[in-house]
Write a protein of this length. Structure first.
Lengths: 287, 227, 228
């Protein structure tokens, strides 16, 4: 007579580790996502930290989700990483801000149907004592040249994000390659970089949206703004279904139509933090 | 009676050390055999082989006339006929009842039949009503008796006992001696190691003597020297 | 001091209000941790038993390897699994990246060496008489190993709980493989990372306290279970 397993019943010794595992299984099943959440079609979008951290997506996505009975999965990373995720087909669309990279992305056939969505601008932040004299600069480029010349501390995103791309453009225009103890590459999101620059009394380049959202948590002030070179347009691109057949192209296009359409533009225009608008919808023909 | 065990050219090494070397040994079925010899003479090693727990390094063991193949599949059936009671028996976590139930449950015994067998074997060792006790909280003598009851419940054809009277109190020793003496009548062959001269079986000359892993020729009375 | 008091207030108000996003993050954390520990136990306990109970060449090296695997950084495991489950990777077709399943895979790999090592130590610390006793009472090798497992259940449970503690508190795998998606793969730890990045320290600390409370609760439940 061969029995698998040990005796049961009143014997009170049995596979007790199994009981722990069973409990874990029960926990796993109990907290499992509801079937409704699993059933809904999911649209996956990679975007920059600025759109999510500012809170814009919290008001922009729910009306779309309700309208089309789907669920948006947002992966908030830098622009560089966002585009990479589109390139590998791990997302269905990308919502980013680095025009030159976006154009390359489309030209290489990774994405289709690029549309301008909205814009805001970059600002140069620094402490009020302004050791490099950025306030007196004639342009954003001049401001960067002054920071480099003074060797004043500058905290860079250093993460290939849209902001980092813009920053590199500005250094290039200023005719300098930032290098030295004064130049710190954080490799983190905008919020962390503002926080680090605050702690270190350094300069940094930030998008206005994130700065406004963080204004209460930093004593850095805007030292330079308004230049054409500080323009920050956001674009949205569907991942090319010819390259990645599994992407939800139809739904992605619906989302693109939604955010660039009447309703989406209204939401973007009305979105504000403490009464201050963070983003401006692009005009149909481009800003 | 037919031999229950026959060993031919059996050796057992632990690494380089030779622990046991038996050119030939025949053990008849029935009665009580005692296995004597100083500590380290290979008694426990021999019991381990006879219990089908550890194979010899070389040589052949016959059980009930059949050559033992040291393959797990066939050993399970053999072990259900031969049970070894270790010198310091290990009782499982849980109740005394559960300890005895383990071997019975494995043999497919269930319900009332199993319960009755457990009670009966506990009464045999004088521990009736101990079923609910926590096994690992018992005294040395009680532990030895429960372990004996656990083996008796299985009604083995051969019971191997390794120093069953070491580390037990006087009362337990009396009970254990009596139980062992009654085993042959119940159809169980007993092979035991002991230093105790008062054990039944030792007196009738049925002694296997080991010294430094080898059988010693003499068949005279048990050496009482403790080492 | 004010800061901590403030955090506690925020934390309590979030818990009392049963903030849906917070609850969702707690649920997600428990869900992925529980499943990954189940998987890690199914792999780790047999590994620990096998290594502890059998002799084979290079056993010492295998044990050393198991030990060093406990120190593998979470981001490395994240990266490795990422490579496999991304659309470019060999299992890309399953679309696992940025789903709870991806975190479960990563966390299971993270916890397996821990469960295996601690299971191995309990096997090696177990009374050597257990297996021969179970076998001489008629148990098959499998039944005897189950018996052994039952005898060392405290050690095994400790192994499982340690595995759970590791995965419920880690952020690298959850962030890389889950993508911190609101309502889907946002766990307690990735929320903490996110809130910190947004400068919301109070909320981060509040969540940290909740995380500790959840870990404590899980441990207490297991303790009670063991006592019984």
């Amino acid at each position: 007579m061969r029995q698998q397993g040990t005796n049961k019943g009143d014997d009170r010794i049995s596979g007790i580790p199994a009981r722990g595992v069973l409990l874990l299984l029960a926990l796993a099943i109990w907290v499992a996502p509801g079937s409704a959440a699993l059933a809904a079609e999911r649209l996956r979008m990679s975007t920059t930290t600025s759109t999510e951290n500012s809170g814009l997506l919290r008001v922009l996505l729910p009306p779309f989700e309700a309208k089309f009975g789907c669920k948006m999965d947002v992966i908030a990373v830098g622009t560089g990483k966002s585009l990479k995720l589109g390139e590998t087909g791990d997302v269905d669309l990308v919502f980013v801000h680095a025009r030159s990279l976006e154009d390359k992305f489309v030209a290489a056939g990774f994405g289709v149907n690029r549309r301008d969505v909205m814009y805001n601008d970059f600002v140069i932040l620094g402490s009020t004592d302004d050791p490099a004299g950025v306030r007196g600069a004639g342009s954003a480029t001049d401001a960067f040249a002054r920071i480099a010349a003074a060797g004043a501390r500058f905290v860079s995103r250093g993460d290939e994000s849209g902001t980092h791309q813009k920053e590199k453009e500005l250094w290039k225009a200023a005719g300098t390659t930032p290098r030295g103890k004064w130049y710190l590459e954080a490799g983190q999101g905008m919020g962390e970089v503002i926080r680090m620059a605050t702690e270190m009394r350094g300069y940094t380049l930030a998008d206005r949206g994130t700065y406004i959202a963080y204004r209460k948590k930093t004593d850095l002030v805007i030292l330079r703004q308004g230049d054409k070179g500080l323009w920050n347009p956001y674009g949205i691109i569907a991942v090319n279904p010819a390259r990645h057949p599994h992407v939800k192209y139809g739904l992605a296009i619906k989302f693109i139509e939604f955010v660039t359409g009447e309703e989406g533009r209204g939401i973007i225009a009305n979105f504000n933090v403490d009464g201050e608008p963070l983003f401006f919808p692009s005009s149909r023909e481009g800003p | 009676m037919a031999p229950i065990f026959r060993l031919e050219s059996v050796t057992r090494h632990y690494g380089e050390r030779l622990a046991l070397e038996i050119p030939e040994l025949v053990i008849e079925e029935g009665g009580i055999r005692s296995l004597s010899g100083p500590n380290g003479s290979g008694k426990s090693t021999l019991l381990g082989i006879l219990a089908f727990l550890s194979p010899p390094t070389s040589g052949v063991l016959y059980y009930d006339g059949k050559r033992v193949e040291w393959k797990e599949r066939s050993l399970v059936a053999l072990r259900r006929e031969v049970t070894l009671l270790h010198q310091s028996p290990y009782l499982f976590e849980g109740s005394v009842h559960a300890n005895i139930a383990f071997g019975l449950g494995i043999r497919g015994m269930r319900g009332e039949e199993k319960h009755g067998r457990i009670e009966e074997s506990l009464e045999t060792v004088g521990l009736g009503g101990f079923g609910h006790r926590r096994a690992r909280a018992l005294s040395g003598g009680e532990t030895q008796r429960v372990a004996l009851a656990r083996a008796l419940a299985l009604a083995p054809r051969v019971l191997l006992l390794d120093e069953p009277l070491a580390n037990v109190d006087r009362d337990s020793a009396v009970v254990i001696r009596a139980v062992i003496a009654g085993l042959p009548a119940r159809g169980t062959t007993v092979i035991m190691t002991t230093h105790d001269p008062d054990v039944p079986g030792c007196s009738n000359g049925e002694v296997i003597r080991l010294e430094e892993g080898r059988l010693s020729r003499s068949r005279d009375e048990v050496a009482t020297g403790r080492t | 001091m004010d800061y901590l008091v403030e955090s506690l207030k925020v934390s309590l108000s979030l818990i009392l209000a049963l903030d849906p996003e917070l609850c969702q993050a707690v649920r997600t954390s428990l869900y992925v941790s529980a499943w990954s520990v189940v998987l890690a136990s199914l792999m780790g306990i047999p590994i620990g038993l096998a290594v502890g109970l059998t002799e084979f060449p290079f056993k010492r090296s295998v044990i050393t390897l198991l030990n060093s695997m406990m120190a593998v950084p979470t981001v490395l495991i994240g990266l490795l699994v990422y490579g496999f489950v991304s659309r470019q990777g060999p299992f890309g077709g399953l679309g696992l990246l940025f789903t709870p399943a991806a975190i479960i895979i990563g966390d299971a790999l993270l916890a397996t060496p821990i469960v295996a090592n601690l299971a191995l130590s309990s096997v090696r610390g177990a009374n050597t008489a257990i297996l021969p006793t179970a076998m001489t009472l008629g148990g098959t090798r499998f039944q005897s190993v189950l018996r052994l497992l039952s005898e060392i259940r405290f050690g095994i449970m400790a192994a499982v709980i340690s595995g759970f503690g590791r995965v419920v508190s880690e952020v690298g795998v959850a962030m890389m493989l889950g993508g911190n998606i609101l309502g889907s793969t946002r766990t307690m730890t990735t929320v903490i990372a996110l809130e910190t990045s947004k400068g919301e320290f109070a909320l981060g600390i509040a969540l940290g306290l909740i995380l500790m409370a959840v870990a404590l609760a899980v441990n207490i439940v297991f303790q009670i279970l063991q006592r019984r």
